[in-house]
Design a protein around this ligand. Sequence first.
Ligand SMILES: Nc1ncnc2c1ncn2[C@@H]1O[C@H](COP(=O)(O)OP(=O)(O)OP(=O)(O)O)[C@@H](O)[C@H]1O
Ligand SMILES: [Mg+2]
Length: 268
Amino acid sequence: MSDASNVNASMSGGATAVMAAAAPVLDLRGIGKQFGAIRALHGVDLSIRPGEVVGLMGDNGAGKSTLVRIIAGNFPPSQGTIHFDGREVHFHRPMDSRSVGIEVVYQDLALANNLTAAANVFLGRELRRNFGPLKLLDHKGMEARALELFRELRSETRPHDLVKDMSGGQRQAVAIARTRLSNAKLVMMDEPTAAISVRQVEQVLSLIHRLKEQGIAVILISHRMPDIFAVCDRVVVMRRGEKKADKPVAETSPEEVTALITGAKEAA
Ligand SMILES: Nc1ncnc2c1ncn2[C@@H]1O[C@H](COP(=O)(O)OP(=O)(O)OP(=O)(O)O)[C@@H](O)[C@H]1O
Ligand SMILES: [Mg+2]
């Protein structure tokens, strides 16, 4: 077990002082990304510790999703280094980042609509049981474990419900349950609350609290200022591919963050 995961385990009591001293789970240095002539990211440094929730804000095209896709292994950075759990990593595909404990919840969620909630939770990681020489899918086992995960997340989602009949908030619970199953150390959410109801937003925010309590680091991309101020420890503002601010939410205000996003204020 690495140092960082030891800290993770010892944090379940919620010791904030320990968190402040913990080594970063993710450390980005000088990340840049060009798409042909477009400079999507330039010189981005970002560090996040176990149990920290970091809000990533910025106008359309600021580079937020590009940064998340680099951390998730969708494509490599053009410049810079990524350290995860204290080691330099080079991801060539999303499976590489998942295998070290990084999970992404995308806005469109990429769930399989015609499968049940439980089947989606276990997609690609199905439980199997022995049946003579055969290995069969263990539907009962998966439903039971999915139910446990939904309960743990205080979601009313039922394992046998089809995803196509679910609300946005329930889909979020399924996506987040998947991240719990994988023992993620970092969960990134790209605009999880953009298209869901007020009540469901509350559910997603409380799910984020739950991840934090378990020592999991969270990067939350959102355009919704109240969400950021409700759940984040820090807010990072991007503008035109550069990081312009990185502050504890307690030391800033929605007004200042708005000014940083638009460029009315250059940096903080
Ligand atoms: N695959 C790609 N090919 C070419 N250009 C891209 C690609 N992905 C992103 N870009 C460009 O990189 C810049 C940053 O885009 P990105 O999607 O990261 O912004 P964002 O901050 O997530 O914006 P939004 O809030 O609208 O989601 C934009 O100028 C975008 O057009
Ligand atoms: Mg985006």
